[in-house]
Design a protein around this ligand. Structure first.
Ligand code: 6CS
Length: 336
C-alpha cells in the first residue's frame, strides 16, 4: 500500500507535469485551400510551432468550417485559436482595414511590398489595437499578389465595366471603388463566385493570378485584365484572450513561427504570378491576358482621389491617421 507521503508526491508530480506541458492542439482556419498561399503560410506556421513546442496545430482550409466571416466569428468566440481573414472581409468589422482598397495605394514591386508589410508602423503599431477591440490579436499582414480582373467581356477602360455585375468581397470601400470604376459591384462570399459566374448572375471578379488559376476562374470568364490597381492583402490573427493567456515562452513560439512563415511566404511567391498565368494559358488557350498601358490605366487611377475621400468618410475614427501613416510608411520604403 502507498504511504500518505508517497500519494501526495504522486499527485504533485502529476500536477507539475500537466501544468509544465499544457500540450494542446491549436486550431487554425483560413480562407483558401491547403496548397494556396494562405494554406502554405499556415503549414509553415504549424511546422514551426510543432518543431519548437509540445503543441500541435490543426489546420482547417476553406470549405471545412464555413465562409470567411464564419471562421472569424469562431476565432472571436474562442472555438478557433488562429484565423487568416483578409481585410476584404474584415473591413466590414474594422472600418479602418478598408484602407487596403484605395486603388493604386500599394506598390506592385514585390520586394518593396514585403519590406513595407514588415516595417510599416500603420500595420504593426496602429492596426493591432483596432483588432484588439474586436477580441483579436493581429499577428501579421502579408501580400498575396497583384489583383487582376477576370471578366466575360474584354476590359480596356471603365466604359467596358458599364452594367457589368462585378463580384467584390463584402467590403463597403471595395464596393465604392468598383462603382467608381464604372461597374455594378456585387458583394458576395467566396463560395458563391464560381456558380454566380457560371449562371451569368455576375460577369466579373478580381483576384491574384494564383487564385484565378487554382480556383479555375478561367473556366467561367474569358478575359484577364491587369489594371495594376491593387495587391491582395491578408491578415493572420489569434483569439486575444487565448494569446494573452499564453506563457511568455509560448508567445515567443507563436511570434517566431509567424516571422518564419512571413519570410517563407514572400519567398514562395517569387515568380508565382507568371507561373499561374502560364498555367491558365495552357489550360485555356483562348483566354486573353492584357496588361493595360499607363494611358489605359489613367481613368482607373483618376478614381483614387474620390475613393480615398470616401475612405475618410467611412473608414472609422482612425481613418485619417491610418491613411497618413500608411502613406508615410510607403514613402519610407520606396525612397530606400
Ligand atoms: O476573393 C476572395 O474572396 C478570396 N481571395 C483570395 C485570394 N483569398 C481568400 C478570399 O476569400
Amino acid at each position: 500500500m502507498l504511504s500518505k507521503k508517497h500519494a501526495v508526491c504522486g499527485v504533485l508530480a502529476l500536477l507539475m507535469t500537466s501544468s509544465a506541458a499544457v500540450a494542446d492542439t491549436w486550431r487554425y482556419a483560413f480562407e483558401e485551400a491547403m496548397d494556396e498561399v494562405q494554406g502554405k503560410f499556415a503549414q509553415k506556421f504549424k511546422e514551426e510551432v510543432e518543431a519548437n513546442s509540445d503543441h500541435s496545430v490543426q489546420l482547417f482550409p476553406f470549405g471545412t468550417l464555413g465562409e470567411s466571416d464564419s471562421i472569424l466569428e469562431q476565432t472571436q468566440s474562442g472555438i478557433l485559436q488562429f484565423v487568416d481573414q483578409s481585410p476584404g472581409f474584415t473591413g466590414s468589422l474594422i472600418p479602418e482595414a478598408q484602407v487596403f482598397f484605395v486603388p493604386y495605394l500599394l506598390p506592385q514591386d514585390e520586394e518593396v511590398l514585403a519590406t513595407f508589410f514588415k516595417e510599416s508602423k500603420a500595420i504593426n503599431e496602429m492596426f493591432p489595437p483596432l483588432y484588439a477591440e474586436q477580441g483579436l490579436e493581429l499577428l501579421t499582414m502579408f501580400p498575396e499578389g497583384e489583383v487582376m480582373m477576370t471578366t466575360t467581356e474584354p476590359v480596356t477602360g471603365p466604359a467596358d465595366l458599364d452594367e457589368v455585375k462585378f463580384r467584390v468581397m463584402t467590403n463597403p470601400l471595395l464596393v465604392e471603388s468598383y462603382q467608381a470604376f464604372g461597374a455594378t459591384p456585387t458583394p458576395l462570399p467566396w463560395g458563391e463566385v464560381y456558380g454566380a459566374l457560371q449562371t451569368g448572375i455576375i460577369q466579373g471578379q478580381e483576384n491574384p493570378a494564383f487564385f484565378i488559376e487554382s480556383t479555375k476562374m478561367y473556366e467561367v470568364t474569358d478575359h484577364i485584365t491587369r489594371t495594376g490597381h491593387n495587391n491582395f492583402t491578408t491578415a493572420v490573427m489569434a483569439n486575444k484572450d487565448f494569446y494573452d493567456g499564453l506563457s511568455d515562452a509560448d508567445k515567443t513560439v507563436v511570434d517566431n513561427a509567424i516571422d518564419a512563415a512571413f519570410d517563407y511566404i514572400i519567398e514562395y511567391q517569387k515568380g508565382l504570378t507568371e507561373e499561374a498565368l502560364d498555367k491558365i494559358k495552357e489550360a485555356k488557350p483562348s483566354i486573353t491576358i492584357t496588361s493595360l498601358s499607363e494611358e489605359e490605366r489613367q481613368p482607373f487611377m483618376d478614381t483614387a482621389a474620390s475613393v480615398e475621400e470616401e475612405f475618410l468618410e467611412i473608414g472609422g475614427d482612425q481613418a485619417q491617421a491610418i491613411l497618413d501613416q500608411l502613406k508615410a510608411d510607403l514613402e519610407a520604403v520606396q525612397s530606400n
